[in-house]
Write a protein that binds this ligand. Structure first.
Ligand SMILES: [Zn+2]
Length: 459
């Protein structure tokens, strides 16, 4: 009898192990059948996000550390699970933002970006890896987010937000986070959020500084209430022009995630009427109170003139891209191509090459025969530098046997600042310095690297 009991026990244990192994296999199979991430090239209607009736044991374990917070609790966690967030831009702000929203258990994440991953993104766009170079950023971000939390529904959009698709897209989400880096997109996202009544959590980062505000939230102002008119395009600096330390957008993206989570969980954001400013150099945060919603605001005011989305690139006078902006300040005869300049070099035609980039960029790379005078020094008419320029022009005049307007070519990184410098130099020509013929080298050193000298570094 005892023997029979014993063998039955052994048999049962064996069956238990078999059942456990089968359960494990089933779970793995179910996971591998999770729908593949599909990159959306256009906006399609989404099924409504269903609220969870209760937290599963796995949810309780996964979110246990935040469930303990009285500010969140089970109710807040369930609220997160029924909230959808659209992240506009999967770059330096969007990566940490999406990461923390997914980790915290947001219900649905729309990840929008029309760019591909590049090596120069990786110092700040921390969801992407070296192996993702050349792949769509939205898909790369979505894969990383899914690895972190497969229970979050992720929708990668490989498309550019436009007046044609923005409303349809934004209407399908509860909260919008603007992680873009250009003025037209900021106005477009703002107007679409106002027209569809969605809160907009907006951040920006440049060099060592960042800013954060929540717009169109609980009666607070919208972006247009504060900035009714776009800044002149030539005064706007983005990260590819001005540089940024990767951790700075990291900090701002985390702050954005915090405000989104507070809104989504039901606790509410306190940033609806204030601007949070981060100074990375001084390691300081400062909050300033914003002016309230404006009755005469063009989009959220009492008699709005913007009642549907408009052409934001025309409105702002610049392209809705986070990459290099191309200014067109000069006429065609004031510019030459890098190939034309190469022939001037090959022919040893006497000329002066003026590089107007800041010294920090000249230290990265430069053409050895160029004279560096930063644009700002020209604009401010720094006397030492103007004197140096005059000396070089005098030398050039001797070489060109008294050419009354010897040629000066101006170069910078992308051909924007160099155009401004040409305008400044033309004003100086014949008065502050001897008369010169000034021309801009179109596309700058990056065009030089792409079409003339592939060994020249690109940055
Ligand atoms: Zn407004």
């Amino acid at each position: 009898m005892a023997e029979e009991e014993c063998s039955l026990k052994v048999l049962l244990e064996e069956k238990d192990r078999e059942i456990a192994a089968l359960k494990c296999k089933l779970a793995q199979l179910e996971k591998s059948h999770a729908p593949a991430l599909e990159l959306h090239g256009k906006v399609t209607p989404l099924t409504p996000l269903r609220a969870k009736p209760a937290l599963s044991n796995e949810d309780i374990m996964r979110y246990s550390r935040q469930l303990l917070l009285p500010e969140l609790g089970v109710k807040g966690q369930l609220n997160l699970s029924k909230t959808s967030v659209l992240v506009v831009g999967c770059g330096g702000l969007g990566c940490p933002l999406a990461q923390y929203l997914a980790a915290a258990g947001i219900g649905r994440l729309g990840l929008l970006d029309y760019d591909e991953v590049e090596l120069s993104n990786l110092h700040r766009q921390v969801l992407h890896g070296e192996e993702n170079q050349g792949h769509a950023k939205a898909l790369s971000a979505a894969s990383a987010v899914r690895r972190l939390n497969s229970t979050v529904e992720c929708i990668p959009y490989h498309l550019q937000l436009s007046p044609e698709n923005a409303l349809q897209l934004i209407q399908q989400y509860d909260i919008v986070a603007d992680c873009s880096d250009n003025v037209p997109t900021r106005y477009l996202v703002n107007d679409a959020c106002v027209l569809s009544g969605k809160p907009l959590v907006s951040a920006s980062a440049l060099r060592m500084e960042g800013q954060l505000t929540v717009y169109n939230y609980r009666g607070g102002p919208c972006y247009r209430c504060l900035y009714p008119l776009p800044p002149p395009p030539e005064t706007v600096t983005n990260c590819s022009d001005g540089g940024v330390l990767g951790v700075v957008p990291g900090i701002m993206g985390c702050l954005q995630a915090l405000e989104v989570l507070k809104i989504a969980s039901g606790q509410g954001s306190s940033c609806g009427q204030q601007l949070v400013m981060f100074d990375g150099l001084g390691a300081k945060f400062r909050s300033i109170r914003l002016r309230p919603k404006q009755a005469d605001c063009a989009v959220c005011g009492e008699n709005p003139s913007v009642t549907r989305l408009v052409d934001y690139e025309t409105f702002c006078g610049s392209a809705a891209t986070d990459k290099c902006r191309k200014l067109n300040l000069l006429s065609r005869d004031q510019r030459i191509t890098v190939k034309d300049y190469k022939s001037i070099l090959d022919n040893s035609d006497p000329h002066l090459l003026l590089d107007v980039r800041p010294l920090v960029e000249v230290d990265i790379c430069h053409l050895p025969f160029s004279l560096n005078i930063p644009l700002s020094n020209l604009e401010e008419r720094k006397s030492e530098q103007i004197q140096l320029l005059q000396e070089k022009i005098s030398q050039l005049k001797q070489q060109t046997a008294g050419d009354c307007r010897p040629p000066v070519f101006v170069i910078c990184k992308l051909g924007n600042d160099s155009q401004k410098a040409v305008q400044v130099l033309e004003k100086m020509s014949g008065s502050e310095v001897d008369s010169i013929t000034v021309k801009d080298i179109s596309g700058g050193l990056m065009a030089w690297a792409q079409t003339v000298d592939p060994t020249f570094p690109q940055y």
